[in-house]
Design a protein around this ligand. Structure first.
Ligand code: ADP
Ligand code: TRP
Length: 325
């Protein structure tokens, strides 16, 4: 990779992180650290659109921070921060609001889906994509790795940057989406997409017994123990493939196809793979958990660096629109 990019992504602190979040978002984000300057943040302003209990919000923000760092986010290399520690982003949001046609937001699927589910929307939910655009544009991000569900929001960000530049002259960098097509949707214990809204998640961290139980609950078909089984249609096999090496995957595939192995055995193998894979992450998490000042320090240092960049862009934008200068 020779191109230079500034990578940015955010994750909402809206519940316990699960294997879908890890393989779909966190792991690819952590890998990008090797090659690019990365900005990753915890989108607590966005989470506020759901009006969580204040103590829950606080707890979730700190859990997301712990989980991300435990899984390999390197704060020496990457700028990692809480969205709300950079209040400049809300100023840019306002300026972008004034360039945002209502119809653009009314067409957003995630907003429409929530309306269709009967939710009474607040204004924060409606203008969620404008805040997300400000997140992206304020750091002059060029590459934004997101899941498929965020593609349209990315288009809004590009659209708003272009509108701004068209109206006021070239000021904002138009970002590029990197849709993680290569990342398969991680199935949940019921075979649907793993998601906290479906109650089918396997958490990254927590009590060993409870996590083992979650693995044992994975739905399988009723092929008898001695019969050959189809690995391709099995949720246990799909999850195992995320953790295991090529050879281990091949080995399990052979066991499925040979028959004589029950799903219980496959689940046990999967659990052990998961447990070993997360072992170093659990250790790192324990150390961080025991040192809350260090965690806060990491987030504050990240915010300071992020704020410097944010201030630069905001100053330019304010001068461009005639608020200053
Ligand atoms: P949830 O569906 O549990 O509410 P979020 O929508 O908060 O999860 O997702 C946060 C990030 O994790 C997004 O980038 C999303 O694309 C990714 N993600 C969530 N679930 C999965 C999954 N089952 N497979 C792959 N990626 C996922
Ligand atoms: N909306 C994103 C999600 O729910 C989180 C997010 C907020 C984000 N701001 C962002 C992602 C900026 C990428 C860039 O997954």
């Amino acid at each position: 990779m020779t191109e230079s990019h500034r990578v940015l992504s955010g994750i909402q602190p809206s519940g316990d992180l699960h294997l879908g979040n890890y393989f779909g978002m966190m792991k690819p984000a952590i890998e990008l650290q090797q090659d690019y300057e990365c900005f990753y943040f915890i989108a607590d302003f966005h989470a506020l659109t759901q009006l969580p209990k204040p103590s829950d919000l606080r707890q979730r923000v700190s859990n997301v921070a712990l989980d991300f760092l435990a899984c390999g986010l390197d704060p020496e290399r990457t700028i990692f921060f809480r969205q709300s520690d950079v209040p400049e982003v809300t100023e840019l949001t306002w300026i972008l609001n004034c360039l945002t046609p209502i119809g653009l937001l009314e067409r957003c699927h995630s907003y429409k889906d929530k309306l269709a589910r009967g939710l009474t929307p607040n204004h924060g939910l409606f203008s969620y994509p404008v805040l997300m655009a400000a997140d992206i544009l304020i750091y002059n991000s060029t590459l934004v790795p997101v899941g498929r569900d965020q593609k349209q929001h990315l288009e809004v960000a590009r659209d708003l940057a272009q509108r701004f530049n068209h109206h006021y002259g070239d000021t904002l960098v138009v970002p590029e989406a990197r849709i993680r097509d290569e990342v398969a949707v991680v199935p949940g214990t019921d075979g649907q997409k793993m998601s906290k809204s479906y109650n089918n998640t396997i958490p990254l961290f927590g009590n060993e017994k409870a996590i083992r139980k979650a693995f044992m609950k994975i739905v399988t078909d009723s092929t008898p123990l001695e019969a050959p089984k189809d690995p391709e249609s099995c949720n246990v096999f799909a999850l195992y493939s995320l953790f295991a090496s090529e050879e281990e995957i091949e080995e399990l595939r052979n066991k499925y196809e040979a028959g004589g192995m029950g799903y219980g055995t496959a689940k046990q193998m999967l659990f052990e793979k998961y447990w070993d894979y997360f072992e170093p992450f659990r250790e790192r998490r324990q150390l961080l958990l025991a040192d809350p000042d260090r965690l806060e320090d990491i987030l504050q240092k990240g915010a300071e660096k992020a704020r410097q960049k944010a201030r630069n862009t905001l100053e330019k934008v304010k001068a461009t629109v005639g608020l200053t200068g």
